[in-house]
Design a protein around this ligand. Sequence first.
Ligand code: NAD
Ligand code: MG
Length: 386
Amino acid sequence: MQQIKYIAILGSTGSIGTQALEVIKSHPQLFKVKVLTAQSNVELLIEQALSFQPDEVVIGDETLYQKLKEALHQTPISVKSGMEALCEVVALPEVDLVLTALVGFAGLKPTLAAIKAGKDIALANKETLVVAGELVTELAKQNQVKILPVDSEHSAIFQCLVGEIAPIEKIYLTASGGPFRGKDISFLSEVTHQQALKHPNWIMGAKITIDSATLMNKGLEVIEAKWLFDLSVDQIDVIIHPQSIIHSIVQFQDGSMKAQMGLPDMKLPIQYALSYPDRTQNNFKRFNFLDYPQLTFEQADTKTFRNLALAFEALNKGGNMPCIVNAANEVVVAEFLKERIGFLQMSEVIETCMAKLDFIAQPVLSDYFESDNQTRIFAKELVTSI
Ligand code: NAD
Ligand code: MG
């Protein structure tokens, strides 16, 4: 009989958060929710809290605290707000595993707090590893904390490595290519955020959907993979695979390759991270080969989709450069969603930030916060001046 795992979900109202709750709901004998948090979707957070009865809920936006508190006043659920509360609840003694399903740089502080408290991490929030991968993975090692990938490509690599002790020669991260695969610069100069939000294979939060259209998502995933699997840059390759059936591939030093495959459904990597090292039965739709008579592969077009090349450049440069890229990217994606900037201008702003902001070769934690802040200010100025 397996023990129940007690789980804290940061970002429970988002795409990953809600799918994680579906997984948890169908396995009450395995998982119990202890903490739920969200930034601003207070209505859904209230609904989730009433249904899952966690010990604690946190709302990021402090102006929504009263509303949350009043809605839950007849329950024993403790209600908090703000970033400090987020860092406190991940460290609660009863929590076994923290699912970081919040988006962006905001994940860094609570992830560090959870690792310091010795909690295993189911990591969806890739931005944390992009910004401070070295520091985060080092801290996890010191505290004997597992970082279990939720991102489908990284879950694929992780699953391929089960039982292997031989070194990796290289990995191939697969990418769908997004909604604009095969399009040229003149087409991209005219695209709207509504078009960019229509991903061919996955339904996800707005930020990662735009990142998938620009290929920045794959760039962030290359950096995430470097830190999760302790690889050098030249051990990581990206291959476009439009059907999103092969989720990624490991090549070992004898040339043998292992791939993990299945229908594109984030509930599978979420469930694997929650139940690891076990696998758990479910009723997710199964793959049928005859529905996919052709699985195809292409080279990524980094001349047109500059963001992927910029992410590789940042990783090669190291230091705070990935942090600069991440902050600039968060700004331009938000501005693109508000129609204040065009699709191609997103890469231009990121590239200017990389060239102009202070480079720090060996950053400490406070440098990341400083770099993130400086980059956001500068990137916003650049957007205004366009
Ligand atoms: P989303 O926008 O759907 O949800 C984000 C969640 O984080 C929400 O609950 C929101 O309330 C919370 N949040 C937002 N800003 C916050 C802040 N400043 N402080 C605290 N909480 C905040 O995003 P998503 O698509 O679920 O993605 C979450 C993370 O998982 C991202 O890092 C993304 O790259 C990664 N990821 C997502 C998918 C996917 O299929 N959606 C796949 C792989 C990886
Ligand atoms: Mg992914």
